[in-house]
Design a binder for this molecule. Structure first.
Ligand code: CA
Length: 248
């Protein structure tokens, strides 16, 4: 497996009374995960906690059942694990609290030999920093993204738009779960950033890139990213999980 250095950090931010973000790193399994819970009175923190506790187990079990870990089969199993968890969370939340009561985003990287699988539901993001360029790997599952794609609004209108924060897909969504997955090759020096929207909503890609370029040590970069999000207002919980691919 590709050697990875990593660090993760979560912070309540400056306005929220609770931190409903969770992150998890399991280097043995090569699994790195950020979850951002929502659910107001019913406890988004519970939903994101369920994601970081249960999803690694579901993925581990499905990986064990694979005889040939070829990329398309791994992708299929990760999608199936996310769908299974989403249906379970939806059904349990519905019977406890009523429909649509709670859910969570999930963005994960499953690192294998010189490659990583990136999967997500919701607006938590994965970015790849390579050769001085920061590329957003995931497409937000949000109403805002749909409006942008349709040309109904411009990027300038996002900040004050009433649909801001509304997700079109999440773990626990009603109907058929629709997780997305992609595989990317990993090269020495690559850095993968998983984050909640408490980071990407407060900092531009350029600001994120600047911090990552200035700070090569993962722990320090995470601290700086969280500090920058809080300096920019800290309107939401902020979580960062940074993976650095070791040089050969
Ligand atoms: Ca959030």
């Amino acid at each position: 497996m590709t050697a990875i250095q990593y660090a993760g950090l979560t912070d309540q931010g400056r306005l929220r009374e609770e931190n409903e973000d969770r992150w998890l790193a399991d280097p043995q399994q090569g699994l790195y995960l950020v979850a951002d819970g929502m659910g107001g009175m019913f406890g988004g923190a519970l939903a994101s906690q369920v994601v970081v506790e249960i999803l690694p187990r579901l993925i581990r079990k499905r990986m064990r059942d694979l005889d040939q870990p070829d990329p398309s089969k791994v992708e299929h199993q990760v999608l199936a694990a996310l769908s299974e968890l989403s249906e379970r969370l939806h059904n349990e939340a519905k019977s406890e609290f009523g429909s649509g009561a709670m859910g969570s985003t999930a963005v994960l990287a499953l690192v294998g030999d010189r490659q990583a699988l990136v999967a997500h539901m919701g607006d938590s993001r994965a970015y790849l920093l390579r050769d001085g360029r920061l590329r957003q790997l995931t497409t937000d599952h949000t109403v805002i993204q749909l409006l942008l794609d349709a040309g109904e609004i411009t990027p300038d209108e996002v900040a004050d738009h009433p649909a801001r924060g509304q997700l079109t897909r999440f773990v626990g969504m009603p109907g058929e779960p629709l997780p997305e997955v992609q595989s990317i090759g990993l090269a020495a020096g690559d850095r993968l950033l998983l984050c909640s929207d408490g980071l990407s909503g407060m900092l531009s890609d350029e600001q994120i890139l600047n911090v990552l370029e200035e700070e090569s040590v993962p722990e320090a970069a995470c601290r700086q990213l969280v500090a920058a999000a809080n300096e920019a207002g800290g309107r939401d919980n902020v979580t960062v999980l940074l993976l650095s691919v070791a040089s050969d």
